[in-house]
Write a protein of this length. Structure first.
Length: 182
């Protein structure tokens, strides 16, 4: 999922940096955090692939994926929330994709972070572990155990990657600090 930079740039211009890492035009800090999230997503997928095999389940690997997914959800939501809050900094197209991603992340963040049902002051029941194991699809189910439909960790990771890989230099209209009034 993280962007593969086979050829390092030697003394790149700012335009070359932004072509490769468009989020740098919004925030160096957030760009780095987004890349960390993409890297963690890769590790989650690797653990799911290795943890669920045809003849057994490696609980250590699946447990590691579960732990990382919980932390990834919290971080991904905060990165996307920050970007959506700075709406004047992004093109309408990029902002629409970010809002869709924020909605998907919201559906899993509230049960994961606060152990409450999304949008309600009600507890998430404990009739399933925080993530359900979907052995057949080598996946984790990461939403409220009573909510339908189930939300796939792999699909959520993929949606994040798709949204972030479509953000281009021209989608960044201003730096993060510019979104704050005086």
């Amino acid at each position: 999922m993280p962007r593969n930079f086979d050829q390092p740039l030697i003394n790149p211009t700012w335009d070359e940096v932004l072509e490769r890492e468009p989020l740098m035009g919004f925030s160096h800090y957030l760009s780095g955090r987004a890349n960390v999230l993409l890297s963690v997503a890769d590790e989650i997928v690797e653990n799911l692939d290795a943890g669920f095999s045809t003849d057994c389940v490696d609980g250590r690997r699946v447990g590691r994926a579960d732990l990382l997914m919980w932390l990834w959800i919290l971080g991904a939501y905060e990165v996307v929330r920050t970007m959506c809050q700075a709406k004047t900094c992004f093109s309408e197209n990029a902002l629409a994709k970010l809002h869709g991603l924020k909605k998907a992340l919201s559906d899993v963040r509230m049960p994961a972070a606060k152990m409450e049902k999304h949008g309600k002051n009600k507890p998430v029941t404990s009739n399933r572990s925080p993530t359900g194991w979907d052995v057949e699809n080598k996946d984790l189910l990461v939403n409220d155990p009573e909510a339908q439909p189930d939300i796939s960790a792999r699909q959520l990771l993929s949606q994040f990657d798709q949204v972030f890989s479509t953000i281009k230099k021209d989608d960044i209209l201003a730096h993060h600090e510019d979104s704050y009034g005086d």
